[in-house]
Design a protein around this ligand. Structure first.
Ligand code: ADP
Ligand code: ADP
Ligand code: MG
Length: 495
C-alpha cells in the first residue's frame, strides 16, 4: 500500500487519553480536532486541540459514541484520520468500517481484527492454530445447563463463566461448586444479554492465584510484528487494574521471550497491525495462558513507553500512514523500571465505589522521573457520565525500587481534595511487603486490604499529631524553640 501523510487527526475520545494523543500529534506537526459533549465544554482536551466540535449531550451514546456525527465532523473539517483512544469506539468494528468507507484512516487495526478479537470465543478459535497456551475450558458458546454442568465437572471446580462479548472487567462469574452452576449460568447469560446484547457465555478453569501479565505488540501493514515486552497488571479491583508496572518482577528472560512469541502468534492469527495488547493469565508455576487481545492503545501503555523509549502513539500514526516499522525485535531492550497508578475518583473504604464531585484542590506532583497523564484541572467536576479516572501517575527509575520510592514521593506531593481517590490505597499497596517482594496476584485487594487499614493509618497519624500538639503546647509554654518546622507544618495540615 502507498504511504500517505496524515495532516489532521480527530480524536474520538475525551479526558487524559485525548490529550495524550494530541500531544504526540502536535510533536509530529499534525493538526488536531477534539470532540466533546455538553458535560465537557470546559475540559482541557477541548482547549488543547486546534479545533473542537460539540457532538451532543452528556450521555456517551448521544455524543462520544455517535458514529455518524463524528464522521460528519471529519468530513466537514477535512480530517485525514481518527484516533479512537481506548474505550468508547476504539474496539467497534462497525465504526472502523464506516470510517474507512468514507476514505478516512482509522488509527488502529483492520475491522476484521477488531471483530475477531472483540469476541473472546472467536479469538480463542482463531488463536488455536498458533500454538498459544489457553486456559483449560471450552471454545464454544454454552447455553444448555446440562452441558454446562458436564463441562464444569470435567474442568473441575472452581470454574469461571465468561461472557464472550465481555470487557472492562464485566461479565464474569466464579462458580465454586456443582450445586451453583445452573443458577450462575442463568444469571451470567441474562447479564451478558443485557450488558452486551449477546448472551453467549463459555466456561473456563478459574485460576486460583493468578497474575495478569500482558504483552504489548506492534505491527505494520507489511507483516512485520514486534513485542515491546510485558506489563504486570495484577493489582486489580473488580477485575480492573489499578497499579501496573513494567517489567514484571517475576519473569525470566526465557519466559519473557516465550510470552512475547506467543503474543506475536496471537497477532498473526488476525493479521494484526497497529498497537495491540495480548493479555495472559499466569499461574503459580509461572505457566501462562491466553486471556484476550485488546485491539487498541491500552490505558497502561505509558509504562511500556518509559522502559522502551518508544512513543506508542507515534508508532500507531506511522503504521496508519503505511510506513514500515523503523526497528526490529533485536533493536528493542528494557531500560529501567516504570510504575503506573490509576487515580480514580472512588472510595477505597467503600469497596472502591465511584464518586462524583469537585476537584477543590488539585496540585500535581513534579520532579525527576514523574509523568502525569490527566484530563482535569483544579475546580472541575468529575462528571457521572464517564469512567471515574482522574489521571494516571507514572514514575520511572533505574530499577524497581527507585520507581517505587519515586511513586510514594509523587503520591505525597499529589494534592487532591473534594473527593475520595485511589491515591491512599495505592500508597498502601506500594508499601506492602507483598508488593515490595513481588509476591502478589490478582487477589491482592481481597488478601491484603481492609478499609480500616487506611483508617488505622490516619488514626495512627492523628494520635501522633495529638501527642505532638500536646508536646508543642508544653514547649510553647516553656517558650523554647525545640520543635522542628517539618513536623509542625505537617500537624497544621492535618488540623
Ligand atoms: P485496559 O486493559 O486498557 O486497562 P480496561 O479493561 O480497563 O482496559 O478498559 C479501558 C476502558 O474501556 C475503561 O474505560 C473501560 O470501562 C472501557 N471498556 C473496555 N471494554 C469495555 C466494554 N466491553 N464495554 C464498555 N466499556 C469497556
Ligand atoms: P476483560 O475483557 O473484562 O478485561 P479478561 O478476560 O481480560 O476480561 O479478564 C479480566 C480479569 O479477570 C483478568 O485480569 C483476571 O484478573 C480475571 N480473570 C480472567 N480469566 C480468569 C481465569 N480463568 N481465572 C482467574 N481469573 C481470571
Ligand atoms: Mg482484559
Amino acid at each position: 500500500m502507498p504511504e500517505v501523510k496524515i495532516k489532521k487527526i480527530l480524536v474520538a475520545n475525551r479526558g487524559e487519553i485525548a490529550i495524550r494523543v494530541m500531544r504526540t500529534a502536535r510533536e509530529m506537526g499534525i493538526k488536531t480536532v477534539a470532540i466533546y459533549s455538553d458535560a465537557d465544554v470546559a475540559s482541557p482536551h477541548v482547549k488543547y486541540a486546534d479545533e473542537a466540535v460539540n457532538v451532543g449531550p452528556a450521555p456517551s451514546n448521544k455524543s462520544y459514541l455517535n458514529m455518524d456525527k463524528i464522521i460528519e465532523v471529519c468530513l466537514e473539517l477535512n480530517v485525514d484520520a481518527i484516533h479512537p483512544g481506548y474505550g468508547f469506539l476504539s474496539e467497534n468494528a462497525t465504526f472502523a468500517k464506516k470510517v474507512a468507507e468514507k476514505g478516512i484512516i482509522f488509527i488502529g487495526p483492520s475491522p476484521e481484527a477488531i471483530e475477531v478479537m472483540g469476541d473472546k470465543l472467536a479469538a480463542k478459535n482463531a488463536v488455536s492454530k498458533y500454538n498459544v497456551p489457553m486456559v483449560p475450558g471450552v471454545n464454544h458458546a454454552v447455553s444448555d445447563l446440562k452441558e454446562a454442568k458436564e463441562i464444569a465437572d470435567e474442568i473441575g471446580y472452581p470454574v469461571l463463566i465468561k461472557a464472550s462479548a465481555g470487557g472492562g472487567g464485566k461479565g464474569m462469574r466464579v462458580v465454586e461448586k456443582a450445586e451453583e452452576i445452573e443458577e450462575q449460568m442463568q444469571r451470567a447469560m441474562s447479564e451478558a444479554e443485557s450488558a452486551f446484547s449477546d448472551k453467549s457465555v463459555f466456561i473456563e478453569k478459574f485460576i486460583g492465584s493468578p497474575r495478569h501479565i500482558e504483552i504489548q505488540i506492534l505491527g505494520d501493514q507489511h507483516g512485520n510484528l514486534v513485542y515491546l515486552f510485558e506489563r504486570e497488571c495484577s493489582i486489580q479491583r473488580r477485575h480492573q487494574k489499578v497499579i501496573e508496572e513494567a517489567p514484571s518482577a517475576i519473569l525470566t528472560p526465557e519466559k519473557r521471550k516465550a510470552m512475547g512469541e506467543a503474543a506475536i502468534g496471537v497477532a498473526k492469527a488476525c493479521n494484526y497491525y497497529g498497537a495491540g495488547t495480548v493479555e495472559f493469565i499466569v499461574d503459580e508455576n509461572i505457566d501462562f495462558f491466553f486471556l484476550e487481545m485488546n485491539t487498541r492503545l491500552q490505558v497502561e501503555h505509558p509504562v511500556t513507553e518509559e522502559i522502551t523509549g518508544k512513543d506508542l502513539v507515534k508508532e500507531q500514526i506511522y503504521v496508519a500512514e503505511g510506513k514500515p516499522l523503523s526497528f526490529t525485535q533485536d533493536d528493542l531492550t528494557i531500560n529501567g523500571h516504570a510504575i503506573e497508578i490509576r487515580v480514580y475518583a472512588e472510595n477505597p473504604k467503600e469497596n472502591f465505589l465511584p464518586e462524583t464531585g469537585n476537584l477543590k484542590t488539585y496540585k500535581l506532583p513534579q520532579g525527576p522521573g514523574v509523568r502525569v497523564d490527566d484530563g482535569f484541572e483544579e475546580g472541575m467536576d468529575i462528571p457521572i457520565y464517564y469512567d471515574p479516572m482522574i489521571s494516571k501517575l507514572i514514575t520511572y527509575g533505574a530499577n524497581r525500587e527507585q520507581a517505587r520510592m519515586r511513586m510514594l514521593r509523587a503520591i505525597d506531593e499529589y494534592e487532591i481534595s473534594g473527593l475520595s481517590t485511589t491515591l491512599d490505597f495505592c500508597s498502601f499497596a506500594l508499601k506492602h511487603e507483598a508488593f515490595i517482594s513481588g509476591h502478589f496476584d490478582t487477589k491482592f485487594v481481597q488478601t491484603h486490604f481492609k478499609p480500616e487499614m487506611l483508617d488505622n493509618h490516619s488514626e495512627e497519624e492523628e494520635q501522633i499529631a495529638i501527642a505532638l500538639a500536646a508536646f508543642l503546647l508544653e514547649e510553647q509554654k516553656k517558650a523554647s524553640n525545640a520543635v522542628g518546622e517539618g513536623s509542625l507544618s505537617k500537624w497544621k495540615l492535618r488540623a
